[in-house]
Design a protein around this ligand. Structure first.
Ligand SMILES: [Fe+2]
Length: 233
């Protein structure tokens, strides 16, 4: 039996997808079911931030509502801070992202030398919100998570982040079919294409985005400097 903190993250479930992630193509990727401990998840689900703390992010290739944590801003990196706008559970989870156990387990799960949280944001998406298919290919050690907090999602409904080998939506090989305590996780690379088809009327998707990456005090982050907007919808 593991000695991991399983009150927050469902580590048994995550590790059960480790082989899938590490052996998948065209990049390392997996769709994880029951990402959080179910009881903890329901607390996060019930206190997911409302629209009044979100700001609209619109660009030529994307459109969605988003909020960052604490005093984080675009271009800055996440800090381990309390944010009183959000519930105790959200603060507990956010704090855990800076815990060695979380980082070490994600390194073990992914087989990628990630060691630090590089980005954290919360998203609220509705009818028409989308992100065009794209590939970052910005470095060797970046793992991107989209984690969902949306019940009653229908299989085949657009709105989850799909995986595609090219910057072409029609070539997608997987699209999340269940957004209730699930996560799509992929490693950045030359074939790690992804995007979001426009949401349908009457649907609302709640999600968070996390980037883990390699970092050293001497050489900085393992990815190249940002040359285009990299953040997900
Ligand atoms: Fe992206």
């Amino acid at each position: 039996m593991s000695q991991n903190n399983t009150k927050i993250i469902n580590w048994d479930s995550i590790f059960s997808f480790s082989n899938t992630f590490q052996n998948n193509s065209p990049c390392k990727w997996a769709f994880i079911e029951e990402f959080f401990d179910r009881e903890f998840y329901e607390k996060l689900y019930n206190t997911f931030p409302k629209e009044n703390v979100m700001e609209r992010v619109s660009a030529v290739d994307k459109d969605s509502l988003r909020t960052l944590w604490g005093n984080d801003s675009d271009g800055s990196f996440p800090t381990d801070s309390h944010d009183s706008r959000f519930s105790d559970s959200w603060n507990e989870f956010h704090h855990y992202l800076f815990n060695d156990e979380f980082i070490n387990n994600m390194q073990k799960f992914s087989g990628v030398s990630v060691n630090k949280l590089k980005h954290f944001s919360m998203k609220l998406s509705r009818k028409g919100d989308y992100q065009s298919p794209h590939i970052h290919n910005s470095g060797p050690s970046t793992v991107i998570f989209m984690i969902y907090f949306t019940k009653n999602w229908n299989d085949g409904e657009p709105g989850g982040t799909y995986i595609t080998p090219e910057e072409d939506e029609s070539k997608r090989i997987f699209e999340p079919y269940n957004l209730d305590n699930t996560a799509i996780v992929f490693q950045d690379g030359p074939h790690a294409g992804h995007g979001v088809r426009p949401l349908l009327e009457g649907t609302e998707r709640h999600a968070i985005q996390i980037y883990l990456e390699g970092y050293s005090a001497e050489t900085g982050w393992s990815s190249k400097p940002v040359v285009r907007e990299l953040r997900e919808l």
